[in-house]
Design a protein around this ligand. Structure first.
Ligand code: DX5
Ligand code: ZN
Length: 224
Protein backbone atom coordinates (compact mmCIF):
# COMPACT_ATOMS: atom_id res chain seq x y z
CA UNK A 1 0.00 0.00 0.00
CA UNK A 2 1.15 3.52 -0.71
CA UNK A 3 2.13 6.06 1.92
CA UNK A 4 -0.64 8.07 3.61
CA UNK A 5 -1.18 11.54 2.17
CA UNK A 6 -3.07 14.59 3.39
CA UNK A 7 -4.96 16.66 0.83
CA UNK A 8 -6.17 19.98 2.27
CA UNK A 9 -9.40 21.10 0.60
CA UNK A 10 -9.21 24.70 -0.60
CA UNK A 11 -12.98 24.92 -0.17
CA UNK A 12 -12.16 26.00 3.40
CA UNK A 13 -9.70 28.69 2.28
CA UNK A 14 -10.43 32.39 1.76
CA UNK A 15 -11.32 32.53 -1.96
CA UNK A 16 -10.15 36.15 -2.16
CA UNK A 17 -6.64 35.08 -1.11
CA UNK A 18 -6.39 31.66 -2.74
CA UNK A 19 -2.78 31.92 -3.84
CA UNK A 20 -1.57 32.66 -0.32
CA UNK A 21 -3.68 29.80 1.06
CA UNK A 22 -2.16 27.29 -1.35
CA UNK A 23 1.38 28.41 -0.56
CA UNK A 24 0.65 28.25 3.14
CA UNK A 25 -0.61 24.64 3.11
CA UNK A 26 2.28 23.59 0.89
CA UNK A 27 4.73 25.12 3.38
CA UNK A 28 2.88 23.34 6.19
CA UNK A 29 3.55 19.94 4.60
CA UNK A 30 0.46 19.16 2.51
CA UNK A 31 0.89 16.26 0.09
CA UNK A 32 -1.82 17.14 -2.44
CA UNK A 33 -4.16 20.09 -3.01
CA UNK A 34 -7.83 19.04 -3.11
CA UNK A 35 -9.93 21.24 -5.43
CA UNK A 36 -13.71 20.99 -4.94
CA UNK A 37 -15.56 21.88 -8.12
CA UNK A 38 -19.32 22.42 -7.65
CA UNK A 39 -21.82 23.36 -10.33
CA UNK A 40 -24.95 24.52 -8.51
CA UNK A 41 -26.84 21.51 -9.88
CA UNK A 42 -25.29 18.21 -8.77
CA UNK A 43 -24.75 20.07 -5.50
CA UNK A 44 -26.35 23.41 -4.60
CA UNK A 45 -23.29 25.70 -4.32
CA UNK A 46 -21.04 26.86 -7.16
CA UNK A 47 -17.32 27.07 -6.43
CA UNK A 48 -14.91 27.44 -9.37
CA UNK A 49 -13.87 25.96 -12.71
CA UNK A 50 -10.77 25.21 -14.74
CA UNK A 51 -9.42 28.77 -14.57
CA UNK A 52 -8.85 28.49 -10.82
CA UNK A 53 -6.98 25.21 -11.24
CA UNK A 54 -4.87 26.74 -14.01
CA UNK A 55 -3.89 29.65 -11.78
CA UNK A 56 -3.13 27.41 -8.78
CA UNK A 57 -1.00 25.17 -11.04
CA UNK A 58 1.51 28.02 -11.39
CA UNK A 59 1.89 28.40 -7.64
CA UNK A 60 2.65 24.88 -6.49
CA UNK A 61 4.36 21.68 -7.54
CA UNK A 62 2.01 19.57 -5.41
CA UNK A 63 -0.38 17.22 -7.21
CA UNK A 64 -3.74 18.89 -7.88
CA UNK A 65 -6.60 16.56 -6.97
CA UNK A 66 -9.76 17.78 -8.71
CA UNK A 67 -13.05 16.51 -7.24
CA UNK A 68 -15.82 17.18 -9.75
CA UNK A 69 -19.22 17.52 -8.08
CA UNK A 70 -20.93 18.31 -11.37
CA UNK A 71 -23.52 16.96 -13.80
CA UNK A 72 -22.32 15.81 -17.23
CA UNK A 73 -18.64 15.61 -16.19
CA UNK A 74 -17.46 14.66 -19.71
CA UNK A 75 -18.08 18.24 -20.85
CA UNK A 76 -15.48 19.59 -18.41
CA UNK A 77 -12.65 17.04 -18.48
CA UNK A 78 -10.67 18.84 -21.20
CA UNK A 79 -10.69 22.13 -19.27
CA UNK A 80 -9.34 20.56 -16.09
CA UNK A 81 -6.80 18.39 -17.91
CA UNK A 82 -5.50 21.44 -19.83
CA UNK A 83 -5.44 23.41 -16.58
CA UNK A 84 -2.91 20.95 -15.17
CA UNK A 85 -4.93 18.64 -12.92
CA UNK A 86 -2.96 15.56 -11.83
CA UNK A 87 -5.99 13.50 -10.87
CA UNK A 88 -9.66 14.03 -11.65
CA UNK A 89 -12.48 12.24 -9.83
CA UNK A 90 -16.10 11.98 -10.97
CA UNK A 91 -19.24 10.99 -9.10
CA UNK A 92 -20.88 7.62 -9.77
CA UNK A 93 -24.25 9.26 -8.97
CA UNK A 94 -23.88 11.98 -11.65
CA UNK A 95 -22.77 9.44 -14.28
CA UNK A 96 -25.43 6.86 -13.46
CA UNK A 97 -28.18 9.38 -14.31
CA UNK A 98 -26.88 9.58 -17.88
CA UNK A 99 -26.23 5.92 -18.68
CA UNK A 100 -24.72 2.74 -17.29
CA UNK A 101 -21.59 3.15 -19.41
CA UNK A 102 -21.02 6.87 -18.77
CA UNK A 103 -18.75 6.49 -15.72
CA UNK A 104 -16.45 4.07 -17.52
CA UNK A 105 -16.32 6.32 -20.60
CA UNK A 106 -15.55 9.35 -18.44
CA UNK A 107 -12.67 7.57 -16.68
CA UNK A 108 -11.30 6.56 -20.09
CA UNK A 109 -11.61 10.15 -21.30
CA UNK A 110 -9.63 11.42 -18.27
CA UNK A 111 -6.92 8.84 -18.91
CA UNK A 112 -6.76 9.81 -22.60
CA UNK A 113 -5.32 13.17 -21.44
CA UNK A 114 -2.62 11.40 -19.42
CA UNK A 115 -4.33 12.40 -16.16
CA UNK A 116 -5.01 9.97 -13.30
CA UNK A 117 -8.65 9.17 -12.65
CA UNK A 118 -11.00 8.06 -9.92
CA UNK A 119 -14.64 7.27 -9.16
CA UNK A 120 -16.46 8.88 -6.21
CA UNK A 121 -19.35 7.47 -4.19
CA UNK A 122 -21.64 9.26 -1.76
CA UNK A 123 -22.11 7.93 1.79
CA UNK A 124 -25.36 6.13 0.83
CA UNK A 125 -23.98 4.48 -2.32
CA UNK A 126 -22.81 0.89 -1.74
CA UNK A 127 -19.18 0.26 -2.63
CA UNK A 128 -20.27 -2.57 -4.96
CA UNK A 129 -21.64 0.00 -7.43
CA UNK A 130 -18.15 0.94 -8.59
CA UNK A 131 -16.43 -2.46 -8.47
CA UNK A 132 -16.77 -2.80 -12.25
CA UNK A 133 -14.66 0.31 -12.91
CA UNK A 134 -11.91 -0.25 -10.32
CA UNK A 135 -9.73 -1.80 -13.03
CA UNK A 136 -9.54 1.68 -14.64
CA UNK A 137 -9.19 3.70 -11.43
CA UNK A 138 -6.00 5.08 -9.89
CA UNK A 139 -8.13 6.08 -6.92
CA UNK A 140 -11.56 5.60 -5.40
CA UNK A 141 -12.96 8.52 -3.41
CA UNK A 142 -15.31 7.59 -0.59
CA UNK A 143 -17.43 10.50 0.63
CA UNK A 144 -17.87 10.60 4.40
CA UNK A 145 -20.34 13.53 4.21
CA UNK A 146 -22.93 14.39 1.56
CA UNK A 147 -21.12 16.66 -0.88
CA UNK A 148 -21.73 20.39 -1.06
CA UNK A 149 -20.27 21.93 2.07
CA UNK A 150 -17.15 21.89 4.21
CA UNK A 151 -17.30 21.60 7.98
CA UNK A 152 -19.86 18.76 8.20
CA UNK A 153 -19.75 15.86 10.63
CA UNK A 154 -18.03 12.60 9.60
CA UNK A 155 -20.45 9.75 8.77
CA UNK A 156 -18.82 6.64 10.32
CA UNK A 157 -20.53 4.13 8.00
CA UNK A 158 -18.29 5.45 5.20
CA UNK A 159 -15.53 3.34 6.77
CA UNK A 160 -17.41 0.21 5.65
CA UNK A 161 -17.10 1.45 2.06
CA UNK A 162 -13.37 2.05 2.58
CA UNK A 163 -12.88 -1.48 3.94
CA UNK A 164 -14.93 -3.06 1.15
CA UNK A 165 -13.04 -1.24 -1.61
CA UNK A 166 -9.67 -2.07 0.01
CA UNK A 167 -10.66 -5.73 0.23
CA UNK A 168 -11.91 -5.84 -3.36
CA UNK A 169 -8.75 -4.12 -4.62
CA UNK A 170 -6.51 -6.54 -2.70
CA UNK A 171 -8.38 -9.55 -4.12
CA UNK A 172 -7.98 -8.17 -7.61
CA UNK A 173 -4.29 -7.38 -7.50
CA UNK A 174 -4.77 -3.60 -7.16
CA UNK A 175 -2.78 -3.01 -3.98
CA UNK A 176 -1.57 0.30 -5.35
CA UNK A 177 -5.16 1.69 -5.58
CA UNK A 178 -5.41 4.93 -3.64
CA UNK A 179 -8.50 5.20 -1.45
CA UNK A 180 -9.37 8.76 -0.55
CA UNK A 181 -11.82 9.82 2.11
CA UNK A 182 -13.48 13.21 2.04
CA UNK A 183 -15.62 14.99 4.60
CA UNK A 184 -15.42 15.54 8.33
CA UNK A 185 -11.84 14.27 8.71
CA UNK A 186 -10.27 15.53 11.96
CA UNK A 187 -7.14 14.94 14.00
CA UNK A 188 -9.42 12.81 16.23
CA UNK A 189 -10.78 10.35 13.65
CA UNK A 190 -7.85 10.13 11.21
CA UNK A 191 -6.32 7.05 12.85
CA UNK A 192 -9.51 4.99 12.42
CA UNK A 193 -9.73 6.12 8.80
CA UNK A 194 -6.13 5.11 8.07
CA UNK A 195 -6.70 1.76 9.77
CA UNK A 196 -9.71 1.11 7.50
CA UNK A 197 -7.39 1.35 4.50
CA UNK A 198 -7.64 4.94 3.26
CA UNK A 199 -4.40 6.37 1.86
CA UNK A 200 -5.47 9.94 1.00
CA UNK A 201 -7.24 11.96 3.68
CA UNK A 202 -8.94 15.18 2.54
CA UNK A 203 -9.23 17.79 5.26
CA UNK A 204 -10.75 21.22 4.83
CA UNK A 205 -11.76 22.82 8.11
CA UNK A 206 -9.40 20.61 10.15
CA UNK A 207 -6.42 22.11 8.31
CA UNK A 208 -7.55 25.64 7.39
CA UNK A 209 -9.19 26.14 10.81
CA UNK A 210 -6.14 24.91 12.75
CA UNK A 211 -3.93 27.30 14.72
CA UNK A 212 -0.96 25.15 13.72
CA UNK A 213 -1.49 23.80 10.19
CA UNK A 214 1.74 21.80 10.20
CA UNK A 215 0.73 19.98 13.38
CA UNK A 216 -2.80 19.31 12.05
CA UNK A 217 -1.40 17.81 8.84
CA UNK A 218 1.11 15.75 10.82
CA UNK A 219 -1.60 14.35 13.11
CA UNK A 220 -3.88 13.48 10.22
CA UNK A 221 -1.01 11.75 8.38
CA UNK A 222 -0.24 9.79 11.55
CA UNK A 223 3.21 11.18 12.22
CA UNK A 224 2.48 12.90 15.50
C1 DX5 B 1 -17.53 18.46 0.40
C2 DX5 B 1 -16.15 18.53 -0.19
C3 DX5 B 1 -15.06 18.32 0.80
C4 DX5 B 1 -15.00 19.36 1.89
C5 DX5 B 1 -14.29 18.79 3.07
O1 DX5 B 1 -18.47 18.54 -0.63
O2 DX5 B 1 -15.99 17.56 -1.20
O3 DX5 B 1 -13.81 18.22 0.15
O4 DX5 B 1 -14.34 20.52 1.50
O5 DX5 B 1 -14.33 19.73 4.09
P1 DX5 B 1 -14.21 19.27 5.61
O6 DX5 B 1 -12.88 18.59 5.76
O7 DX5 B 1 -14.31 20.55 6.36
O8 DX5 B 1 -15.35 18.33 5.87
ZN1 ZN C 1 -13.93 17.11 -2.02
Amino acid sequence: MTKVKVAPSILSADFSAMGEAVKKVEAAGADWIHCDVMDGSFVAPITFGGQMVKNIRKLTKLPLDVHLMIEHPQTQIKFFADAGADIITVHYEACKKISDGYLRETLQLIKSYGVKCGAVINPDTPAECIYDVIDLCDMVLIMSVFPGYGGQKFIPSALENVKKVREYAAKNGKNELEIEIDGGVTTGNAELIRQAGATVLVAGSAVFGADDMRAAIGYIRGEI
